[in-house]
Write a protein that binds this ligand. Sequence first.
Ligand SMILES: NC(=O)c1ccc[n+]([C@@H]2O[C@H](COP(=O)([O-])OP(=O)(O)OC[C@H]3O[C@@H](n4cnc5c(N)ncnc54)[C@H](OP(=O)(O)O)[C@@H]3O)[C@@H](O)[C@H]2O)c1
Length: 237
Amino acid sequence: MKLIVAGSTGFVGTEIVRQALSHPAITSVVGLARRPTPTPHNADPGMDTTKLKSVVCEDFMNYTDDVKQELAGADACIWLVSVTITRARSVTQEKAREICLEYTMTGLDTISELSTSKQFRFIYTSGAKSERDPTRAPWLMRDYLLLRGEVETRVLNYAKDSGSDVEACVVKPGLVDGETGRIVRGLQTVGCYMINMPRVEVSDLAAALLQQVVEGFDSDTLLYEDLVRIGQKALAD
Ligand SMILES: NC(=O)c1ccc[n+]([C@@H]2O[C@H](COP(=O)([O-])OP(=O)(O)OC[C@H]3O[C@@H](n4cnc5c(N)ncnc54)[C@H](OP(=O)(O)O)[C@@H]3O)[C@@H](O)[C@H]2O)c1
């Protein structure tokens, strides 16, 4: 399988690339980002770093022929490029819309068109609180959460309209935990409790996403509890 990890320089992307390089069913990993994707340092004995190709894309609205050539023939893509909720207030609503929605739809269209797979698989990584229904939108971060919900709907509709050419899955993790100090973890625990935000370990999330692109999607939307269950089972196996 040739897998594209879009947003491979980020927190979640780094762990997905690390695990993908050890996954026997994944023969090629394209790390797509606006800057080079580093080769993981903490290499497992079974990791094959030669499978990684770092591809720098300077404009996610216009892919150059050189970039397209590297993306051609992919079987699946995990999309992680976005303005995260913690950075949402640092960009205008227009810019957030361009990065979260336009980049995603342009990427999905471009990469799926270049795929030669019978059924191209696309995972869109959203958030637990993103909302597709404007009547149910929370008051806190309302515009941002509705924007992310709109992207979810657009991705799933794109796949529906493609017939069986594209299969899409939206994943909705809560807070993604990595290695942090005890104080940060304690503060996160309190914050998550106060806003009823579930949590998932980054290693479980990465394992779940890789299991799903390789084996096929359990459902078109996976919630945090699905991701924890699938990820922990995949890591144990
Ligand atoms: N982390 C969490 O707790 C959490 C929880 C729930 C959902 N999620 C979702 O999971 C996905 C990945 O999250 P993450 O924590 O890995 O985020 P992250 O560390 O901020 O990484 C985001 C990726 O998007 C790229 N990116 C951001 N703005 C860009 C722009 N203007 N042009 C091109 N590339 C851009 C970043 O590139 P650079 O590295 O160059 O900045 C990076 O590769 C997001 O959709 C996020 O909403 C995350």
